[in-house]
Design a protein around this ligand. Sequence first.
Ligand code: ZN
Length: 196
Amino acid sequence: MTTLPIVQTGAAVLRGHAQNVPPEKIATPEFRELVQKMIATMREAPGVGLAAPQVGVPWRLIVLEDRPELIANLNDLEKREREREAFPVRVLVNPVLEPVGEERVMFFEGCLSVKGYMGLVERAREVKVTGLDEHGAPQTWQVRGWPARILQHEVDHIDGTLYIDRMKTRSFTTQEQGKALYGGKPIAEIRSLLGL
Ligand code: ZN
């Protein structure tokens, strides 16, 4: 499967409000090909989510997946704090997201469209998303922890928002340096080091 170039920050398509996918488009071969290419692009990057505007398509369409090999470099504390567990690929067409409860959590986040950087972002711990799958069947997913963070990040993309708009700016760093300085550390210690 061929992959698609990932649009980088600065491009207008990442800053617009994406349009709902018209229902009659969902079953078409072109739409299915786009979904398959987005999944292939996410896996190759590698990343845990991708929104259609990131491949230059202004539609409300996201794909997400977390794989064991992407989690393998985290220690048990990091996995536990992030509530991060692998989950199979999901496709959401025209997703609508709402937070569940009041609890918010802060962790580092990166983005394939802001290549090479990371920053701390506070997000809802738990969310509920509704939408359609790639065949047009209704979906509801209520989830907490890392998948909830990915969902919020990807739905932000289709509203023209990047994590850098939400991050604690004083935490902004390169992925290389962030890994060296903060890898393996409890989030409370990271926040204390950064005065957050
Ligand atoms: Zn992103």
